[in-house]
Design a binder for this molecule. Structure first.
Ligand code: SF4
Length: 958
């Protein structure tokens, strides 16, 4: 509300404006928004706020936030939603407003720290930023000068930015990017990429007739709040919602059809739906004929004439005839009649079929990529691709502006992150790092983690501790983090970084059929700049000496090459004031002035510069209703000296059209004569097509066929590592891939509101299963994995399939010393270590404590859950590289000495499991059809220069 005077001079509060169901302060009043102080009630005490936008950093969705900055204290009073943000439209989940807890967390890290004792001993000294920067820069420079660039590694969890750090690594000439993606979403990404060349779907749920989710999208899926609100819009408009989830998620509770399949059987159900559509000729014949690469299938697999679409239709019927409802029912343990009903419903959707798979089953089982591939096949059959109510390729619904500098591709290939055994992996084989180093393949001299906590998040955390505590394997480990975490305890430097309201980032995500740009910013800096103050470095406004990564990276880059002799400094240099370091305001000013169509004009309407506009509103919608880019006719100006190949792919010598958006359409390979791929021939026209090798949707993956996996060249179903045929009688499956709606990964532990709501992760177990074990809710069970066990209380519930168990992975946070770490959600534990045998036992749970925040004396919860991931060995899928999270386990009533949270692991067994899965791969050395390490067309972060894709000849140095 904002106060005004009536004619009779009484104060009244006109209140917020309305946007759909929600209410927001109108943007005209963001400079002075007035609310009554609730604590002063019944007195009417006004508080005046400046409202400053930023974006949430508590998951990947990057929803808009509005910081309410008290004009008297100059501090943030609360965070609410930003109605000007096109993705989140003013709405947030509980984690958005809880950003405030992270700002005021009494346990947060405020100053740069350097280790003084042994790694993990907990002895630290405060150092200056200059000391830390100089030491790290010297080390990196030495590695570069000595051509040990492969020993520099940056390992990121949630990037939350637009590729800034990838460009920093490119500036250093280092192929050192490592990500968390292979423990997160590579499974589904691989399935989508095989079809359309892009690795994520952008479903238009709001306009769909039928929505099929293989994820818990109303509570925790990818881009979940923006998508969840559009799923509900769709339902409100009459869409039917189908949810596949073995566990009764909150999403499943909103479904018209909740299907609880046996884990890993999802592709069997999806192919039964596809088969129904195929056998009954309910597919979009024109779309399939035009856009599938069926000719390649007919000629290269069936050896027949690739011109007869009817022959392909006959082949399609034969290929999928086996996937009956009864077959799917046998595999999935879902009633055949229910599957049939769902198939009939899906077939009515036509081009208004929206679907999404992210993590969930695709991240749980070997071959999980097949879940997304078989799901997208239904869209491809119905022609529900880039249609209203259908699914868009993600890159068409996001906007990535051209940055001030684009350093060249690194001239090297890092085998530690991209080993030859996994030529088709979606991302870096990050979670194998300890195994690769421990078996002597490499060492890492400078290792950064950022928004990442692999000891806790990854499987097999004790192997990570073994690696991190060995200085011969990790020379110097730098943890960039706002808060303590299990991995940072083993660092050499812990450098404090800002939370979502203390840093800059740009982002754009596929929330709907639109391209928007969101701006995360340090809100105190923005409000002071609005008042005319000169604020440059975020350390001037952040608590303690908390900094932001972008300024840190620019400064580090400058110090690595202080004279510019290495050719690195130029990428951190001001254009405005040459020979000085690029400042963060200039960095964003350049982008907003030069790379965002429409923004300068829009800003000028309000007499603002583009940067001022973004600081004021926090987001800008570049374009909406993108439509089917694949169907666009390529203009004559893009066709120069063209050549058309046998499959109708058209290559051109015209340069790629210049445009600010560097992402919308990555293109497949050019031809051997140096032309670039321009499109595909369709009914006489050249159309843009898809960024796949064929330029069309790939029903048939020539890549899989040629790189050693011909049996999977078309969408198919095959038993996973947890298929019943791979289980002993007393074994069951543990689902560990879900998270609770109010908890995230590492950073939610410093959010007291979230911790109060959720602070435990019991084992979901069906009553029939619990009865056979003789356990009741709250009683302890021991869960045995391949490498050890954990102890956890049972939660007996009908919300899980009988015989399957489940445990959320967002709990079990721990610290090694009572006062050293985060105290609201990290239990103090004792680590036992003898050879390869490791144990972890809780010594002290959560307890109230005195701090700058009086609420910490009111902590009433004691539990912090169990860190189950430590007991999981690595399971790298031989194709996608995805860690297959589901575990084959034995569950028993606990033993008398067992305590909640106990962990026991033998890392020698971890090594055995690693080698077992490694043996399932088909390495590039043997299977590459062209002596390259990886198909060049496949997506890869920080792509090296093309010549480094070549496998070395036998006598080459690495
Ligand atoms: S969904 Fe929640 S946690 Fe994620 S960005 Fe939005 S508000 Fe933040």
């Amino acid at each position: 509300m904002s106060s005004n005077k009536t004619k009779s001079n009484e104060t009244f509060y006109p209140g917020p404006s309305r946007n759909h169901l929600a209410a927001f302060p109108p943007k005209e009043r963001w400079d002075d928004w007035t609310e009554l102080d609730s604590r002063a009630w019944p007195k009417r005490v006004e508080r005046h706020y400046s409202l400053v936008p930023t974006t949430c950093f508590n998951c990947e969705s990057a929803c808009g936030l509005l910081a309410y900055i008290d004009k008297v204290t100059g501090q943030v009073q609360k965070f609410e939603g930003n109605p000007e943000h096109p993705g989140s439209r003013g709405r947030n989940c509980a984690k958005g407003p809880a950003t405030l807890n992270q700002v005021t967390d009494p346990d947060r890290i405020l100053y740069p720290l350097k280790r003084t004792g042994k790694r993990g001993e907990g002895k630290w000294e405060r150092v200056t930023w200059d000391q830390a920067l100089d030491d790290i820069a010297t080390r990196i420079r030495k590695a570069i000068v000595e051509d040990r660039r492969h020993e520099i590694m940056y390992h990121v969890g949630r990037p939350g930015e637009d590729g800034f750090t990838e460009r920093i690594l490119a500036a250093w000439g280092v192929d050192g990017h490592n990500s968390h993606t292979n423990i997160c979403s590579s499974g589904s990404r691989e399935g989508y990429q095989l079809w359309m060349g892009l690795d994520r779907p952008s479903p238009d749920h709001a306009n769909a007739k039928v929505i099929l989710l293989i994820s818990a999208h109303l509570e925790s899926g990818h881009y979940f709040n923006p998508h969840a609100q559009r799923v509900i819009d769709g339902k409100t408009n009459g869409a039917k919602l189908i949810v596949f989830d073995t566990r009764l998620s909150h999403t499943a509770t909103h479904a018209d059809y909740w299907v609880s399949p046996y884990p890993g059987s999802e592709p069997a159900i999806l192919l039964a739906i596809a088969n129904y559509i195929i056998q009954n000729n309910l597919y979009n014949r024109e779309f399939v004929e035009t856009w599938w690469n069926w000719r390649e299938y007919l000629e290269l697999v069936e050896g027949s004439n690739g011109k007869d679409f009817r022959a392909f239709e006959d082949a399609l019927k034969d290929l999928y005839r086996q996937y009956t409802f009864e077959f799917a029912a046998t595999e999935s343990d879902v009633d055949a009649k229910v599957i049939e009903e769902i198939a009939k419903l899906v077939a009515t959707a036509g081009s208004r079929f929206s679907s999404h798979n992210w993590r969930s089953a695709a991240s749980g089982v070997s071959g999980g990529w097949s879940v997304a591939r078989c799901l997208f096949m239904i869209n491809a059959l119905l022609g529900a691709i880039a249609t209203e109510g259908g699914v868009y390729p993600n890159a068409w619904n996001k906007f990535v502006p051209r940055p001030i500098y684009m350093p060249p591709h690194p001239e090297m290939w890092n085998e530690t992150t991209w080993p030859r055994e996994y030529p088709l992996s979606m991302n870096e084989m990050s979670f194998l790092l300890p195994h690769l180093l421990l078996e002597g393949r490499a060492k890492v001299d400078v290792y950064f983690t950022r928004v990442y906590n692999p000891v806790w998040t990854n499987p097999d955390g004790f192997s990570w501790i073994e690696m991190l505590t060995d200085p011969k394997l990790i020379g110097c480990y730098i943890a960039l983090t706002p808060t303590w975490n299990e991995t940072a305890f083993f660092a050499d430097y812990v450098l404090p970084m800002g939370v979502g309201s203390e840093r800059h980032d740009l982002h754009s995500y596929e929330t709907h059929d639109s391209q928007w740009l969101g701006f995360r910013q340090p809100v105190i800096k923005a409000v002071r700049q609005r008042a005319g103050e000169d604020v440059d470095d975020t350390r001037e406004v952040n608590p303690g000496e908390v900094w932001e990564e972008n300024e840190f990276w620019l400064e580090l880059t400058w110090r690595i090459d202080p004279t510019g002799s290495l050719g690195i400094r130029q990428y951190a240099e001001s254009k405005r004031l040459p020979a000085t370091r690029l400042g963060i305001d200039e960095y964003y000013e350049w982008i907003f002035d030069n790379s965002v169509p429409g923004l300068p004009e829009k800003a000028a309407e309000e007499d603002l510069t583009p940067l001022e506009f973004m600081r004021r509103y926090g987001a800008f919608e570049v374009k909406r209703n993108i439509g089917p880019i694949f169907d666009q006719v390529v203009g004559d100006d893009e066709l120069l000296d063209t050549r058309e190949d046998y499959w109708g792919r058209v290559f051109s010598r015209a340069p790629k059209p210049a445009g600010p958006n560097i992402v919308p359409m990555p293109v497949p390979d050019g031809d051997a004569e140096g032309r670039r791929f321009a499109g595909v021939r369709v009914n006489g026209n050249v159309k843009r097509g898809f960024p796949t090798p064929s330029g069309r949707l790939e029903f048939f993956s020539r890549t899989l066929a040629e790189w050693g996996w011909p049996e999977f060249a078309i969408p198919t179903y095959f038993p996973s590592h947890v298929h019943p045929e791979n289980l002993e009688k007393d074994e069951t499956i543990l689902i560990s891939t879900f998270r609770l709606p109010v908890q995230i990964h590492t950073r939610s532990a410093n959010s007291k509101w979230l911790d109060e709501i959720a602070h435990t992760n019991p084992l979901w177990i069906h009553p029939s299963h619990a009865a056979t074990l003789g356990v009741k809710t709250g009683e302890l069970v021991r869960v045995e994995t391949e490498i050890g066990h954990f102890v956890v209380p049972a939660w007996v519930t009908e919300g899980i399939k009988p015989g399957i168990v489940a445990c959320s992975h967002h709990m079990g946070r721990w610290k090694l010393r009572d006062d050293d770490g985060q105290r609201q959600m990290m239990a103090t534990v004792k680590l036992d270590h003898n050879g390869t045998n490791w144990g972890l036992r809780r010594e002290n749970g959560i307890a109230p404590y005195d701090s700058s925040d009086p609420d910490t004396l009111r902590i009433w919860w004691k539990d912090a859950g169990v860190h189950q991931n430590m007991t999981f060995p690595v399971h790298p899928d031989p194709i996608s590289g995805m860690h297959c999270w589901h575990q084959v386990v034995k569950v028993h009533a606990a033993k008398p000495d067992d305590k909640p949270g106990d962990i026991s692991v033998d890392t020698a067994k971890s090594r055995e499991v690693y080698r077992k899965w490694l043996a399932m791969t088909r390495p590039a050395d043997t299977y590459s059809p062209d002596r390259t390490r990886r198909p060049y067309w496949m997506l890869r972060p920080l792509k090296p220069a093309r010549e480094y894709y070549k496998l070395p000849e036998e006598n080459d140095d690495q």
